[in-house]
Design a protein around this ligand. Structure first.
Ligand code: FE2
Length: 370
């Protein structure tokens, strides 16, 4: 704990963690059902006409420390242009802080574009101070300072009775949130987090350009000093295939959040449940598992369930990790969700780009198509 506090002192902003992720959705009512039944979130708070708000509805969904807010517009306002441009997607990566006003003032002084001036929100459960600044694309960061609030989420939201529809799968907390930016824009946005937010480059041992030809992307990770907030930033790169980042940029009409990675401490059980509940994941060629143990060394898990569930494994100098990616969670090939279990590793799975590439070629060879 002492070490963590020392690290926190180096931060220029008093940020603790991701407070919540707000997703703008064309139909929050139906999306909420999907996240409750398929991903296991509980519906804990609501804001809309019934609570005196005329222009939007918001559903607060929570599983352990992960909070997704789904918001749909009811009237012409700033949400509709976002939805017509990007489709459903992440609007706000909100950050928990002990001083929202200071975060706003400091980041704006350092060059952030202000979105919402500091404001105290209040209801019978107490007060919260919030303020927002812009980041890449139409994404924003809201600084959330809980002054003395004891309600379900933020002032104005009503609490919901216990959610009998939710089917929890063991998701614990947000591990990292990835932003995709356009060609040659990565350095600009990395510098934004270094200069404006006072973050550091999060260097991992797999940081090298060998993966670029396989992944067709450049990626740099920035984090606050406690490492509780980690933001990889991707840009497209010329590789052996068309960049998936380029496809994202085309369908999202610009930069935005590519994926939210959520940690579990039992990925086999989590993914078994999610699959039963209808979540679709990327298909992995069987041959990926042929040389898995040669690549990553000994692991605690049996190979069979990993293979059956299509879970990927990667190792760095600190340990290993297991990960899996959902298919996009909307019709555009934009936002998706990663589920990750860390067993020491601090990196983000770059080794899998090459491993998947090689295994796809091996399958093509088996079919005589190479
Ligand atoms: Fe990731």
């Amino acid at each position: 704990m002492q070490v963590e506090n020392q690290e926190l002192k180096q931060d220029i902003l008093p940020l603790r963690a991701v407070s919540h992720v707000e997703i703008y959705s064309g139909n929050a009512k139906q999306s909420a059902y999907y996240y409750r039944q398929a991903f296991g979130f509980s519906f804990v708070g609501y804001l809309g006409p019934e609570t005196g708000v005329r222009d939007r509805v918001s559903y607060v969904l929570q599983q352990d420390k992960v909070r997704f807010i789904l918001t749909t517009p009811l009237e012409e306002d700033g949400i509709i242009p976002f939805l017509s441009k990007h489709g459903d997607g992440v609007r706000d990566i909100a950050l928990e802080t002990s001083d929202a006003e200071y975060c706003f003032k400091t980041t704006v002084e350092r060059g952030a574009v202000p979105v919402r001036e500091p404001e105290i929100l209040e209801d019978e459960h107490g007060k919260v101070k919030i303020a927002s600044v812009a980041t890449y694309g139409d994404t924003i960061h809201t600084f959330v300072e809980n002054i003395d609030y004891t309600g379900p989420f933020l002032p104005g939201f009503s609490a919901m009775p216990e959610d009998t529809l939710a089917r929890p799968v063991g998701l614990k907390h947000i591990d990292h949130i990835v932003g995709n930016v356009d060609w040659n824009q990565m350095d600009k946005w990395v510098d934004f987090y270094l200069d404006v937010f006072g973050f550091s480059r999060f260097v991992t041992f797999d940081d090298n350009d060998i993966s670029t030809e396989y992944s067709a992307l450049h990626s740099t990770v920035v984090s606050n000093h406690s490492k509780w907030i980690k933001f990889p930033i991707n840009e497209p790169a010329k590789g052996l295939k068309k960049s998936q980042i380029e496809e994202y940029i085309t369908f999202n009409n610009g930069a935005g959040v590519q994926h939210v990675a959520i940690e579990t401490d039992d990925i086999i059980s989590t993914i078994s449940k999610m699959r039963e509940q209808g979540v679709e994941f990327l298909d992995i060629p069987e041959s990926y598992y042929d040389d898995l143990l040669d690549r990553v060394g000994p692991i605690d898990e049996d190979l069979e369930p990993l293979k059956k569930l299509n879970i990927l494994v990667d190792r760095d100098d600190k340990g290993y990790m297991l990960q899996i990616f959902t298919k996009p969670v909307e019709d555009r090939p934009t936002l998706f969700i990663e589920i990750i279990q860390r067993k020491g590793a601090e990196s983000f799975g770059k080794g899998n780009f090459k491993a998947l590439f090689v295994s796809i070629e091996r399958e093509q060879e088996r079919r005589g198509n190479l």
